[in-house]
Write a protein that binds this ligand. Structure first.
Ligand code: SF4
Ligand code: SF4
Ligand code: SF4
Length: 335
């Protein structure tokens, strides 16, 4: 009973702060421009065709980031989260169609998808945050979170096109929770824990430019032929041999909403995983263009509220689509 009351209070308070912050945001957004990838920016290339659904990345993520177990996938003793949450920064989910027998097939097949923050080049969450609690690290491009600055308005949750930031509803001092690419490991010369733990190279760490070159190489591979694939980090020099799969001829995140630093390759269309079909320009850049033209005529508030309604509606549809994407834990994986 206490938790429900607190949740309702926080919802109301957040709504009030959000409404107030529209004014703050509308003024600060005028000065911002669309960002670009930097040559030192780092990220992850997730290749669904190499993923075996072992969930080693999920365990490594918990350990590296000191996150509690999350048995929402059905077990009361194991950590087997069925989605991202305030306790889970990284989750492996599974798409299944028909008899689910053929890996990486959209018909009568199955495929895995790794959900985490995509570290957008021009992040909507950071643009929407009225106090810059979410911000982009200039050197690495990682979208970081400053818990001391956060006022709990949850604007970032509404602004994220990928439904990533979660909120600690059950905590007396709630924070926003999302992957920060294991920046604490990268600062010491390491790589993201999920990539270190991945036994197949499905999650590969590196500079975004190098990962894009690697993804372009994979798109030229002949299905069924064996090739060397880097494991863990593209700079590590460790490779494994795999037969190439037939890829969807597109790298999700190369251009979406101005690009992301976590990018996806797959054998099944990306909408099967609930990844949204979005424009090339970031929403922040689109909004800035509209705002520059219309702010003085006071049309901005109507656009902001229309935009929020659009996001909320879009998120509802994405959540419905996500219900169709089965978590690998429910089926014990296919490894
Ligand atoms: S995926 Fe969402 S939370 Fe992550 S950087 Fe992009 S907008 Fe922010
Ligand atoms: S980069 Fe780190 S925090 Fe993000 S999903 Fe991987 S292990 Fe988790
Ligand atoms: S560790 Fe690698 S192979 Fe295993 S589930 Fe994670 S991404 Fe897939």
């Amino acid at each position: 009973m206490q938790k429900i009351k607190r949740r309702d209070f926080l919802k109301g308070a957040a709504g009030s702060v959000a409404l107030l912050s529209v004014g703050v945001q509308s003024q600060s957004a005028e000065a911002s421009t669309a960002a670009e990838r930097g040559s030192e920016h780092v990220g992850i290339l997730y290749d669904s065709t190499l993923c075996v659904g072992c969930n080693a990345c999920m365990s490594a993520c918990k350990e590296a980031n000191d996150m509690p177990p999350d048995p929402t996938g059905g077990s009361i003793t194991l950590d087997n989260a069925d989605d991202l949450s305030e306790n889970t920064l990284n989750v492996i989910k599974m798409f299944v169609d028909g008899n689910g027998e053929t890996k990486d097939s959209a018909v009568d097949g199955y495929a895995f998808i790794k959900r985490q923050c995509l570290h957008c080049v021009d992040p909507g969450c950071a643009s929407a945050c009225p106090v810059s609690a979410l911000y982009k690290d200039e050197h690495t491009g990682i979208v970081k979170y400053n818990k001391n600055a956060c006022i709990g308005c949850r604007y970032c949750q509404v602004a994220c096109p990928y439904l990533i930031p979660k909120f600690e509803w059950n905590d007396w001092y709630p924070q926003i929770v999302k992957c920060q690419l294991c920046d604490h490991l990268i600062e010491k010369g390491g790589v993201s824990a999920c990539c270190s733990a991945c036994p197949t190279g499905a999650a590969l760490f590196g500079k975004v430019d190098d990962l894009l070159k690697e993804s372009a190489r994979r798109l030229t591979m002949e299905p069924g032929v064996e090739y060397a694939f880097p494991v863990s980090s593209i700079d590590a020099g460790t490779v494994q041999t795999h037969k190439a799969s037939e890829y969807v001829p597109h790298v999700y995140g190369e251009h979406e909403l101005g690009g992301t630093q976590v990018m996806y390759m797959s054998g099944v269309p990306f909408d099967k995983f609930g990844l949204p079909d979005v424009p090339k320009h970031s929403y922040a850049a689109i909004a800035n263009g509209i705002q520059g033209t219309l702010y003085k005529s006071m049309v901005l508030p109507a656009i902001v509220f229309s935009g929020l309604a659009y996001f909320i509606n879009k998120h509802k549809k994405m959540e419905e689509a996500e219900h169709d994407t089965t978590n690998s834990n429910e089926d014990g994986g296919k490894s």
